[in-house]
Design a binder for this molecule. Structure first.
Ligand code: GDP
Ligand code: MG
Ligand code: ZN
Length: 356
């Protein structure tokens, strides 16, 4: 029998919508130890789950792996699953609840990669140092727009520069004031409280940004107050700590934070519509272009060129091209993947690709 402690599970992000899904789920295991849990870490071949009280390791039933693969889905941090504990005290994941949203991207070879599921807010973390790059930020916005997730822009290292306000204005303007833009010192407890409106109990946040932007620093500052980071430390066979790429941490005030690694290749996983959502201003001006089929390149009477930031328009075109490249057919993708494999092999880079 599955018993649901709503309060306990709400602390790790469980919602009413997910609760009502349970009633319609077919054939839950009718064993005494079945539990509803959340994925907080993904390792190779094994996952860490949390039931609101403590973490445990689990593996996925092969038939669930097959069913998910057929649906083109990979389990991700943030997913809710049903797990059963067998007589050997091993946890096995038997089913998954449909996620409210699922963040994924296309890898350099066109393959879809899961990033995280069931996200309320994506914090797009960017340093005010050399990391500051509005084109890359727009790319991240397209990535989260494809999953219908609202971003908040978090500019870090505000303590190290004297033009933080100028950069904030520049960013807000470029994005047509559609999203909240904050400048913080990720190492400072008081400064990160600017994020309080997004950190309510049961909220799930996903941190995205380049390596070195301050994601882990921000996670630590936010989560340390509670000293609770659902992770299990475990040494691998060689006596080293196993490294985990994505993990969920719990804040004292009840928010759940997913620290995603730097995504080196960042192709949004979506269609033209999701790019339209990320560049609404361009879409709106496009309705006023002289020609209905205007490409907003050099046509006369183009309202987009007349009204939008030229660098933003350039980036929009570039992202559109990238997105179309991601929408190849599976056969085209296989061909491109083998081509890449050959290139990487000849360059001796195959090992590197794994750590992406
Ligand atoms: N002064 C200052 N340093 C920061 C800030 N955020 C991050 N750092 C530093 O930047 C480096 C990279 O941060 P880290 O959190 O590891 O980046 P991640 O790769 O995004 O997880 C570390 O040395 C941090 O101490 C900030 O807001 N102010
Ligand atoms: Mg980090
Ligand atoms: Zn136009």
């Amino acid at each position: 029998m599955l018993s649901i402690q709503f309060e306990t599970l709400h602390r790790i992000g469980f919602t009413n919508a997910l609760f009502s899904q349970l009633a319609n789920m077919p054939a839950l295991p009718d064993t005494p130890n079945v539990q509803l849990m959340r994925i907080i870490e993904v390792h190779k071949g094994r996952l860490t789950l949390h039931n609101g009280e403590h973490p445990c390791f689990a593996r996925v039933l092969p038939r669930l792996i097959t069913a998910l693969e057929e649906a083109g889905y990979q389990l991700a941090v943030g997913d809710w699953v049903i797990a059963d504990n067998n007589t050997q005290n091993e946890w096995w994941i038997t089913s998954r609840l449909s996620p409210a949203n699922h963040l994924s991207r296309r890898a350099f070879d066109g393959r879809r990669q899961s990033v995280a599921s069931n996200i309320d807010t994506a914090l797009l973390v960017m340093g005010l140092d050399h990391d500051f790059n509005l084109r890359r930020l727009e790319r991240y916005i397209a990535l989260v727009a494809a999953a219908a997730i609202t971003p908040v822009i978090v500019l870090t290292k505000a303590d190290t520069v004297d033009h933080a306000h100028q950069r904030m204005d520049e960013t807000a303007q470029r994005l047509n004031h559609r999203y909240a833009v904050l400048a913080i010192n990720a190492r400072d407890n008081t400064s990160v409280q600017q994020l309080a409106p997004w950190l309510n109990s049961g909220q799930t946040l996903c941190l995205l940004g380049s390596s070195g932007a301050g994601k882990s620093t921000l996670t630590n500052t936010l989560a340390n107050a509670g000293q609770q980071t659902g992770t299990i430390r475990e040494d691998d066979s060689r006596g080293r700590h196993t490294t985990t790429s994505r993990s969920m941490h719990f804040c004292a005030n009840g928010a759940c934070i997913i620290d995603a690694p730097g995504l080196r290749t960042l192709r949004p996983d979506g269609d033209d519509d999701c790019l339209h959502a990320a560049f609404e201003d361009i879409e709106q001006w496009a309705e006023h272009c002289q020609f209905r089929n205007c490409r907003h390149e050099s046509e006369p009477g183009c309202a987009v060129i007349a009204h939008c930031n030229p660098d933003r328009v350039f980036n929009y075109h570039k992202l559109m091209r990238d997105m179309h490249r991601s929408q190849q057919t599976p056969l085209e993708r296989i061909a491109e993947r083998s081509r890449w494999k050959a290139i990487l092999k000849s360059a001796g880079l195959r090992g590197k690709q794994k750590h992406e």
